[in-house]
Write a protein that binds this ligand. Structure first.
Ligand code: BG6
Length: 319
């Protein structure tokens, strides 16, 4: 399958597809960073151009890594303990949460954050931007399983543009004759030096649902810093956020459009240990999620025959 994809969509010296073949006897801590390494059989698009590099797993349209050439350390974090498998979400990268965010409103048996991140997507387009960045577009593949959870006619596409910046565009097109409502997020895990040494700005004065220890509505006072589990859905905000990283001495800018919620999440030690795939012993300290979303009161109604696009653009600069 990787061979056929390379023939149709590969770009010489920029984009190639590979099947994640079994590496017999490879212990988890010697697996290549940014690659799957285990015997998942999943297909991964590897992008490498003069501006940056990235990898995208076709299952889930899951961006697994991104590093601009100007940065010595990746900007997107991937857990060293993630064990990708068919039908299982990868820990780290940028999971696509769709068509709901968090728990399903009524069906407790449906996966949290929707099914998009665990089902196959197919490649529909690739190309090179005028500035040399590489573009790849994937479309969610519908099946009986997806239709059982989401009985609406639609196309869901993710375009990833990899260069000195990383741009992702998640488009939902309602191709049916009735309106529907979606929740969604690009649930990106950012690589940081240490969770105790970062601040997130851009959400000062915003209201948020605090999901730690119940759910209560609060207002953000000043920059966000971290000293324990943090799980917040900031609402009614389209603002750009910045992660200020004193240890890696850099700032990560998170600009967005078509997104009116921002989720800020770190599990902290107890929850990370329970999750078991956050990179032992303290991988969780080296990531923070700043997710561009439409959640809770910001879910999006998409009228029949129309489309909605959530766009993010990430940029890292040395501080
Ligand atoms: C965040 C949620 O978006 O994702 C958290 O706000 C959740 O509540 C986290 O724990 C991770 O979710 P998952 O399903 O990838 O383990």
């Amino acid at each position: 399958m990787a061979t056929a994809l390379n023939t149709q969509f590969g770009i010489n010296g920029q984009l190639k597809f590979r099947e994640d073949a079994p590496v017999k006897g490879t212990p988890p801590d010697t697996r290549p960073v940014g690659g799957l390494g285990a015997a998942s059989g999943l297909i991964v698009a590897e992008i490498n151009n003069a501006l940056g590099s990235a990898s995208v797993c076709l299952q889930g349209a899951h961006l697994m890594s991104w590093q601009p050439k100007s940065q010595p350390v990746p900007v997107v974090w991937l857990s060293r303990d993630t064990q990708p498998a068919v039908g299982k979400s990868i820990r780290g990268g940028a999971p696509v949460c769709w068509p709901w965010f968090g728990a399903h409103a009524t069906e407790s048996s449906f996966s949290g954050h929707g099914y998009a991140r665990t089902v196959p997507w197919q490649v529909i387009e690739s190309g090179t931007e005028p500035n040399g960045a590489t573009r790849l577009t994937l479309r969610l593949v519908e099946s009986d399983k997806t239709r059982a959870q989401w009985p609406h006619d639609c196309n869901v596409d993710l375009t990833v543009i990899v260069g000195e910046t990383l741009r992702m565009e998640l488009t939902t097109e309602n191709t049916g004759s009735t309106d529907f409502v979606i929740g969604e997020a690009l649930h990106t895990y950012f690589q940081i030096g240490d969770i105790g040494a970062v601040r997130v700005t851009g959400l000062e004065g915003c209201d948020y649902w605090d999901k730690v220890g119940g759910s209560s509505l609060r207002t953000q006072d000043g920059a966000i810093s971290f000293s324990g589990e943090t799980d917040r859905v900031y609402i009614n905000s389209a603002a750009e956020c910045v992660i200020h990283d004193d240890k890696l001495k850099r700032r990560i800018h998170i600009a967005k459009s078509g997104s009116f919620s921002t989720v800020v999440w770190t599990p902290w030690v107890e929850k990370a240990n329970k999750m078991g795939d956050m990179g032992q012993p303290d991988g969780w300290r080296e990531m923070v999620c700043v997710e561009s979303a439409n959640a809770i009161e910001n879910v999006v109604k998409i009228a029949a025959g129309t489309r909605h696009t959530l766009i993010v653009e990430y940029r890292a600069e040395s501080a």
